[in-house]
Design a protein around this ligand. Structure first.
Ligand code: CA
Length: 186
């Protein structure tokens, strides 16, 4: 039975007893991955954020603040454009406004989460003040978090960082490319 226990830069993925009674455990090294790789200077790679927001002023403010925090930012001006950019660019996270002129944010989120290309991308939804129903439905269609307008850019950045950190932790045990090594314990 495979297990996945963090062990420094490695994950233990299995164990067995050999005929001589010695015990081996299989160790999987974390493969370099875009979402989990660290730069040689020890810093996280620049995360790419897609902001789907039709109000130009708000989009600009979000873009400015996220760039200040060293995120790479792309803007989708409506639902369709956002979906296209999400599929093409596979961003690390999507900030999705609920109120959009063509498809509403819930429909965009539903489509993102039902497309194999985009379903793993975390979504932070921006909802109107006090609309609890939007939040509930937002979670139902797969949003990972939400922020109620008006919000401070600082809070947005903190929430984005928290989601990315959570995703990195989840991803690190389930990487597709693994380098198998075997370690003799005794
Ligand atoms: Ca809007």
């Amino acid at each position: 039975m495979a297990e996945s226990l963090p062990w420094g830069n490695f994950f233990v993925t299995g164990a067995r007893a050999s005929p001589e009674g010695t015990f081996h455990r299989f160790v999987t090294q974390r493969a370099p991955d875009r979402r989990t790789a660290r730069l040689s200077n020890g810093r996280e790679p620049m995360a790419r954020i897609l902001v789907i927001e039709d109000e130009p002023d708000l989009a600009k403010i979000l873009e400015y603040n996220l760039r200040q925090e060293k995120f790479a930012v792309e803007i989708g001006k409506n639902g369709e454009e956002g979906l296209t950019k999400a599929r093409r660019g596979s961003p690390d996270l999507i900030v999705l406004d609920l109120m959009l002129p063509d498809l509403d944010g819930l429909e965009v989120c539903r489509r993102l989460k039902s497309d194999s290309k985009t379903k793993a991308i975390p979504v932070l939804m921006l909802t109107a003040k006090g609309n609890e129903m939007d939040r509930v439905v937002g979670f139902e269609v797969g949003a990972d978090d939400y922020l109620t307008k008006p919000f401070s850019p600082r809070e947005l950045v903190l929430r984005i960082r928290a989601i990315l950190k959570r995703i990195r932790c989840l991803c690190s045990g389930q990487l597709p490319e693994r380098m198998q090594t075997e370690e003799r314990l005794h």
